[in-house]
Design a protein around this ligand. Structure first.
Ligand SMILES: Cc1cc2nc3c(=O)[nH]c(=O)nc-3n(C[C@H](O)[C@H](O)[C@H](O)COP(=O)(O)O)c2cc1C
Length: 406
């Protein structure tokens, strides 16, 4: 099995979960270093490192911070997005369980950079043990004084996928129904309780102390030039080894499946891989040599997203898989905007019809038309990305649909 590049995750035999162990390996030194820097120089360092969000949208982290920094107001917030509602993804859980202080340190550095005194971690409701260990880690850090005046509270989600979307997450923390907001304004300027708020993914924040400690050039030298660093991937499905791996962002999908994952289970042949979670595109064999970085994935109509890698062997019925995904989106649509509320329902209905052998060529055309409309018209990323599995399988695996038509 190919060797991982462990930068964020501890080594196999390393235990960095306690404050003491984390500090013994240089933990919280980056926060001290950051606090001795001019705030704008710190933001420039993060910008220069090329760090882009690991939660799905791939936005330059330093640039986002600068938007909040530039707003002159007393109260600002740092929010760590640990909602991790994406099926087939548990990399944030592993980071929070194994190196919670790296994430807290990243939040504290961000807080110093933008001028925030309060942080929140919005944690997936299905992770009660993570919430418990996070609260312990926060207490340890507060009691020892390393966080100074910066306070962090953990808020639990209640199981809605859409609450991972940053503005729905903010609504949820405010105690409202978790529905996305109209944008602009964007959260870095008008976020939690109307104040500038940085929402960053767990993995994005975990990169920050390392960038401050080792420098922007060090980070930039790892992986793909346009999306540097490492990426945590969750390998699931018909791959030999189902696990979390950390790899540089310039590895190919083929390397991920075969060199890191050990190939296809039970001696079967590869059929497809879906990357980025439920809203990720399906990738056929002839595109396996694409590198996993954000832009390369977009270029083939796929997404890196949260880094979920769902491998499917030759026996998988892709129309059936996509119907299940369409059902998931119908269920998870919050219903605030019509294109998503109606679109996910109609999309599931058509997929169900086709999967049951009752569909026609018109259904396939309508699935495509509906998918394109949703991509453009839905209010948030949930509805905009929901059609991707349908559209990419219609594109790459149309014969499977044709074989099921009435
Ligand atoms: C439906 C939906 C669910 C999302 N779920 C998550 C999530 O669980 N975790 C996450 O970090 N980002 C999630 N995002 C992306 C966030 O809206 C946001 O882009 C991200 O937290 C920003 O952090 P980053 O710049 O560090 O990636 C989701 C987006 C959408 C549209």
């Amino acid at each position: 099995m190919a060797e991982e590049m462990r930068v964020l995750l501890p080594g196999e035999s390393e235990d960095l979960s306690s404050l003491e162990n984390y500090k013994n390996t240089g933990g919280y030194k980056a926060l001290e270093k950051a606090q001795a820097m001019d705030r704008m120089d710190l933001i420039e360092t993060v910008k220069k490192s090329g760090l882009r969000g690991r939660g799905g949208a791939g936005f330059n982290a330093g640039m986002k911070w600068q938007f909040s920094y530039s707003v002159d107001t007393e109260q600002k917030y740092v929010i760590c997005n640990a909602d991790e509602g994406e099926p087939g993804t548990y990399k944030d859980r592993i980071l929070l369980e194994t190196v919670p202080h790296r994430v807290l340190e990243g939040m504290a550095i961000c807080a110093y950079a933008i001028g925030a005194s309060q942080g929140y971690i919005y944690c997936r409701g299905e992770y009660p043990f993570v919430v418990e260990s996070l609260n312990n880690a926060i207490k340890e850090a507060k009691d020892s004084g390393v966080l100074g005046d910066f306070d962090i509270e953990v808020r639990m989600g209640a199981g809605a996928y859409v609450c991972g979307e940053e503005s729905a997450l903010i609504e949820s923390i405010e105690g409202h129904r978790g529905e996305p907001r109209f944008k602009p304004p964007f959260p870095p300027v008008t976020g939690l309780w109307g104040k500038p708020s940085i929402v960053n993914n767990v993995e994005t924040l975990a990169c920050v102390p390392l960038i401050v400690e080792k420098g922007a050039d060090w980070f930039k030298s790892i992986g793909a030039a346009n999306y540097p660093g490492t990426k945590l991937l969750t390998l699931t499905g018909d791959v030999v080894e189902r696990k979390i791996i950390e790899v540089p962002t310039d590895v190919t999908i083929r390397q991920v499946v075969y060199d890191y994952g050990g190939g296809i289970r039970d001696g079967k042949k590869f059929k497809a891989v879906q990357i980025g979670g439920t809203s990720g595109g399906f990738i056929p064999e002839d595109l396996l040599d694409t590198t996993i970085d954000f832009d390369s994935m977009n270029a083939i109509g796929a997404v890196l997203g949260s880094g979920a890698v769902f491998v499917m062997d030759e026996s998988r019925d892709l129309v059936d898989v996509v119907e299940r995904i369409a059902k998931f989106f119908e269920h998870e649509s919050c219903g605030k905007c019509i294109p998503c509320r109606e679109g996910t329902k109609r999309m599931h209905e058509m997929m169900e019809r086709v999967n049951q052998g009752l569909g026609t060529g018109d259904d396939l055309n309508n699935l495509e038309r509906l998918g394109l409309v949703m991509t453009k018209a839905c209010l948030c990323g949930l509805g905009q990305a929901a059609p991707a599995p349908v559209l990419t399988t219609l594109n790459h695996f149309r014969t499977e649909y044709n074989a099921k038509l009435a």
